[in-house]
Design a protein around this ligand. Structure first.
Ligand SMILES: Nc1nc2c(c(=O)[nH]1)N(C=O)[C@@H](CNc1ccc(C(=O)N[C@@H](CCC(=O)O)C(=O)O)cc1)CN2
Ligand SMILES: Nc1nc2c(ncn2[C@@H]2O[C@H](COP(=O)(O)OP(=O)(O)OP(=O)(O)O)[C@@H](O)[C@H]2O)c(=O)[nH]1
Length: 430
């Protein structure tokens, strides 16, 4: 996407019409002139004002509440106007047409308002990423974990580490100067090593937290066990009981049947390992088993419905079909359920939610995306090297690498492609 900041953009920022009130946002140098053309005059900045909205030919369109923000004191950092109109489809369309054809504005692309806020220094990349996650949050745990990053907490810490690295670099330069001059004078004390090691320890605690991608996708619960052990029945019973998440993560539908669900406010992806049936050719059986094994390997939680003690390590053993007098397994498994009568289902769900809370980021912890974790990992490696190295030239180079990774986290160095990918997953109007 070519970023053309001379252009003024507009979009419907509120949800799908028809709705009670719709919010049309306008950002860019022409925002004030457009608002003036449609409503007669510019209201006082930042003050909600009721105005009659008219098309450029003078025909009346709606009575609306309007807001006017003078840049840089706006969400995007540019001049911004908002028209809060009645939420009928035709009303919205008529005002959009007046903005597009009447005023010559352009429809915004996905995430373009936020992208402008980023480019104008209103937020850094960490904040933009967590805002994106916040917008797709469906469960309470997702919201609660992202709340801290959204408040800029993560950014402040990263900026502090960057400062630490910059000061260390300066100190190393100074030590190098002393060495060069070969003077008798005492070299400055190497306090930077302590500061760098402290930052590295803090980075380690962040690296120990699962990524926000994990949080967004949900923890995989894989139902495993031999044919006819009741996996599909339990799959359906759990789905029935838990709240289905409305928007499944795009592109995750694979051979196994997966459904995103929330259990106790924790996001999960419930996976039924279908196709395990061994009544076909040996070839098919092997493929089925390989597939199930692969699912088990990438599972966050395995619910094992097979014989006791035969499940994969760490699996939650589930005795199924307990309503049957001749239940295939009356075992003392951690959980006992009947998909038929739902006995034990609530207990099983509570156990699953607890496991999820344990394996996903916790509220109060700072969680970052996989991409950010890679950069953080690079920073950590560079800082460890710097701390252990005696050759000051190599130390200086490692510190430069660490600073570069931290800059990439904040978006001080960002490529257009990367920004396209990040902001492209936002909604239009955000
Ligand atoms: N109607 C509406 N609601 C919204 C937004 C919006 O743009 N419009 N936002 C869109 O993201 C979020 C709120 N974010 C905002 C962030 C900063 C400013 C702003 O005007 N900041 C100025 C003035 C701050 C002040 O009041 O002192 C500034 O920081 O200089 C506005 C919205 C969520 N709700
Ligand atoms: N009475 C009773 N029957 C059950 C229960 N759970 C499953 N069944 C029955 O057991 C049979 C096998 O259940 P499925 O859920 O299809 O088992 P599965 O493990 O998915 O089987 P495969 O897809 O072949 O691997 C079906 O006839 C179900 O109706 C239960 O809790 N109580």
């Amino acid at each position: 996407m070519a970023t053309e900041f001379s252009q003024t953009i507009f979009a419907l920022s509120s949800g799908a019409p028809p709705c009670g009130v719709a919010v049309l946002r306008v950002s860019g140098p022409e925002a004030g002139r457009a608002l003036e053309r449609l409503t007669g005059s510019l209201p006082p900045p930042r003050k909600a004002s009721v105005r009659q909205v008219r098309d450029v030919d003078g025909s009346w369109l709606d009575e609306a509440l309007v807001l006017w923000f003078v840049g840089p004191h706006s969400a995007t950092g540019e001049d911004c106007a908002e028209i809060h109109c009645h939420g009928g489809r035709a009303v919205i369309r008529a005002i959009e047409r007046a903005l597009e054809d009447g005023c010559g504005l352009r429809r915004a692309e996905a995430g373009e308002f936020t992208r402008r806020a980023f480019v104008n220094g209103r937020m850094d990349l960490l904040e933009a990423e967590s805002l994106g996650d916040m917008l797709s949050a469906e469960t309470e745990l997702q919201r609660a974990v992202l709340a801290s990053s959204a408040q800029g907490e993560a950014s402040r810490r990263v900026a502090q580490w960057r400062e630490t690295v910059l000061s260390a670099s300066a100190a190393v330069e100074q030590e190098l100067d002393f060495a060069d001059e070969d003077e008798e004078g005492t070299a400055p004390p190497s306090q930077w090593r302590a500061a760098v090691s402290e930052a590295r320890a803090e980075i380690s605690t962040w690296l120990a937290v699962p990524s926000t991608d994990r949080l967004r996708e949900g923890l995989r619960i894989v139902l495993a066990g031999p044919p006819n052990s009741g996996k599909s029945s339990l799959f359906n019973a759990i789905l029935d009981e838990a709240a289905a998440i409305v928007s499944p993560v795009a592109g995750t539908t694979r051979d196994a049947i997966e459904r995103p669900i929330a259990i106790g406010g924790v996001p999960f992806l419930l996976v039924d390992t279908a196709g395990l049936r061994s009544d076909g050719a040996e070839e098919i059986e092997r493929i089925g088993i390989a597939r199930a094994e692969a699912e088990v390997a990438r599972a966050g939680v395995v619910l094992w419905l097979g014989a006791e003690g035969e499940g994969p390590a760490g699996a939650l053993e589930v005795a199924s079909m307990i309503d049957l007098p001749e239940a295939p397994r009356k075992g003392t498994g951690a959980a006992r359920v009947s998909s038929e009568t739902r006995e034990g289902l609530a207990d099983l769900l509570a156990q699953i939610a607890e496991l999820g809370r344990d394996k996903l980021p916790k509220p109060g912890q700072v969680a970052v995306s996989r991409r950010q974790r890679e950069l953080l990992d690079q920073t950590h490696t560079a800082l460890r090297f710097a701390g252990e190295q005696d050759d000051l030239l190599l130390v200086g180079e490692s510190l430069r690498q660490a600073r570069h990774s931290l800059d990439a986290m904040l978006g001080n160095v960002a490529t257009e492609d990367m920004l396209d990918a990040l902001f492209g997953r936002f909604c239009i109007g955000k």
